[in-house]
Design a protein around this ligand. Structure first.
Ligand SMILES: NC(=O)C1=CN([C@@H]2O[C@H](COP(=O)(O)OP(=O)(O)OC[C@H]3O[C@@H](n4cnc5c(N)ncnc54)[C@H](O)[C@@H]3O)[C@@H](O)[C@H]2O)C=CC1
Ligand SMILES: O=C(CO)COP(=O)(O)O
Length: 343
């Protein structure tokens, strides 16, 4: 059997951390995977040098994951089509706002019948239609797509702090292949047959994390934060089961992608931190994103807007008061202390 040729599309904070996992595991499972792992890098200058050159000479993504060495078989490629040429196992890991343009660039350049996995935490909304990225990838590129999501703050995974993640697979054998590529003794992968549940949890928890950041910024303490997590998890579950069939109950309560990701994101994720600063520093989100994240991107405020438009088009805003409040606070000038009113 010919070996899988892995390519990674996206090289931010999580993209780089996961490249480290994959780069090591292709060497460990040399009977399954080709050694070279190209990673597409959105080219930019960092400290006067091209980021791809920095990565390929120092084996460190100094902008997005400083201080962590990547295996030397992970090779930065600035050309998207060149990065995926010949690949049989594609990893999608970019901030969701950049996905549509990248997808356009890939059309006609990936072979049918290959496999993909989406690590993107977000959804695509057009009017009253919502889709997870695994479905968009499948329908637009004609390839089978799994999803990986979990309580996975990238900087912790990148230094081998014990973590778990969940892979939702379409075909069990695909799930097993992805598990081989990502799992290490400190990064445990659990496989489930729920691509939609895994993907939606990853997207929706980012709205909940913004809410947790707001109560943190307000100085409300741990009871309030726990209440936000509980209410948020219930809205996530309700939303998934209302708009997606076959999402499994267990994904919310028994999986890293569900409750565990809500907890970690509401304690220390970027959405949480920036939302807390939004309250204490009273600056707009885009300014804080630039000041605090050094090029990394927020997902939660955009997902809040997308979900708001989707729910509005279905006349269902009233059923999701937490999601709705986060939208109004982020985009509509609602005072932050109104977050918990009426919850
Ligand atoms: N960072 C984390 O701890 C985790 C992130 N995720 C998810 O993984 C996905 C990717 O996140 P990160 O790798 O952390 O990205 P990031 O937040 O570090 O974003 C920076 C990336 O965006 C790219 N970029 C900037 N402008 C661009 C443009 N105009 N076009 C295309 N790309 C552009 C940069 O080159 C860089 O690769 C997101 O959906 C995120 O929610 C999931 C688990 C953990
Ligand atoms: O998804 C994450 C942890 O699982 C990271 O969340 P943030 O994007 O809020 O940092």
């Amino acid at each position: 059997m010919s070996k899988e040729r892995v390519a990674i599309i996206g090289s931010g904070n999580w993209g780089s951390a996961i490249a480290r996992q994959a780069g090591k595991n292709v060497l460990k499972h040399g009977n399954v995977f080709e050694e070279r792992v190209p990673i597409w890098v959105y080219e930019e200058e960092f400290e006067g040098q091209k980021l791809t050159e920095i990565i390929n000479t120092t084996h460190i993504n100094k902008k997005y994951l400083p201080d962590v060495e990547l295996p030397s078989n992970v090779v930065a490629v600035p050309d998207l089509v060149g990065a995926v040429k010949g690949a049989t196992a594609l990893i999608f890991v970019m901030p969701h706002q950049f996905f549509p343009k990248i997808l356009e660039g890939l059309k006609g350049h990936v072979d049918h019948g290959i496999k993909a996995i989406s690590l993107i935490k977000g959804v695509e909304v057009h009017g009253n239609d919502i889709r997870i990225f695994a479905d968009v990838i499948e329908s637009q590129l004609g390839i089978s797509c799994s999803a990986l999501s979990g309580a996975n703050i990238a900087s912790e995974v990148a230094i081998d702090r014990f973590s778990e993640t969940t892979i939702g697979y379409r075909k069990k054998e695909d799930g097993e292949m992805w598990k081989k590529l990502f799992e290490t003794p400190s990064f445990k992968v659990h496989l489930i047959d729920d691509v939609a549940g895994v993907s939606l949890c990853g997207a929706l928890k980012n709205i909940v994390a913004v809410a947790a950041g707001i109560v943190d910024g307000l100085g409300y303490g741990n009871n309030s934060k726990a209440a936000i997590m509980r209410i948020g998890l219930l809205e996530m579950k309700h939303f998934c089961q209302e708009f997606f069939k076959d999402v499994k109950d267990g994904t919310f309560l028994a999986e890293s992608a569900g409750v565990a990701d809500v907890i970690t994101s509401c304690m220390g994720g970027r959405n949480f931190k920036v939302a807390s600063a939004f309250v204490t520093q009273k600056k707009p989100f885009d300014v804080l994103e630039q000041e605090m994240l050094n090029g990394q991107k927020l997902q939660g405020i955009h997902t809040a807007k997308e979900i708001h438009h989707f729910l509005k088009s279905h006349g269902r805003l009233g059923a999701y008061p937490l999601f709705d409040k986060v939208y109004h606070i982020c985009w509509d000038g609602m005072p932050v202390d109104q977050l918990t009113e009426g919850l």
